[in-house]
Ligand binder design. Sequence first.
Ligand SMILES: *[C@@H]1O[C@H](CO)[C@@H](O)[C@H](O)[C@H]1NC(C)=O
Ligand SMILES: *[C@@H]1O[C@H](CO)[C@@H](O)[C@H](O)[C@H]1NC(C)=O
Ligand SMILES: *[C@@H]1O[C@H](CO)[C@@H](O)[C@H](O)[C@H]1NC(C)=O
Length: 206
Amino acid sequence: METKVVLLLGLLAVCGLSQASDVPNENQLPKFCRTSDCPSYQLVKKYDNFEHRQYEETRWVTTSLEQDFLGFGMVKSFRRLFSYINGSNSEGLKINMTVPVVMYMPLKKPPAGNSTMSFFVPHEVVNPPKPTDSEVYLERSPAASIYVKPFGGYAISYTYAKQAEKLAKELRALGLQFDDAYYKSAGYNAPFEIFNRHNEVWYKAL
Ligand SMILES: *[C@@H]1O[C@H](CO)[C@@H](O)[C@H](O)[C@H]1NC(C)=O
Ligand SMILES: *[C@@H]1O[C@H](CO)[C@@H](O)[C@H](O)[C@H]1NC(C)=O
Ligand SMILES: *[C@@H]1O[C@H](CO)[C@@H](O)[C@H](O)[C@H]1NC(C)=O
């Protein structure tokens, strides 16, 4: 009897896993996050060229993004955030690097605000310490329904912008409602990682 139950549970577990692919459950983060902590989500629906995901509530540490053609502004913003996780905070706490690095890109102004860069605050940091740099701040994102277009290779701002345009077209073609006031880019790799690079663009579903 007991053996049968165990077998059945085992079978259920195997079925559950084979169905999962890159869809995380409570104890499993998406494969493309590799060894880093990252936000978890439920796959709502997989389309040909994009996915609909339901994300958990997340916390982020954010700074403004100075955009310029050469990307120096981006490096500055990255350094500010890196400094926060490297101990420039009220507790001198070192926080592990996470993924993705997210950039908020307004498409309309004024109401869509300024562009920003954010690091995900890992699950293990329950009470994130205050940043010491006045240009860095903590944010909470409520649980959200997001359309995500994943793509590979090295991505620069231009690449993300083009992919966002494509995603917007695909969403409109299917009559899916989304907030077109901004998109977010999500990068999952350090520059030195050459293979299996994973990038995404996000639109908030309405
Ligand atoms: C991180 O902080 C340590 C001191 O705790 C410092 O020696 C190191 O240079 C910092 N790293 C970066 C990349 O800022
Ligand atoms: C930070 O990452 C390392 C290596 O992945 C891991 O061993 C460690 O537990 C993490 N730190 C915390 C506070 O979880
Ligand atoms: C955008 O940036 C400008 C210049 O730094 C600032 O004056 C303005 O308050 C910012 N707007 C928002 C919505 O944060």
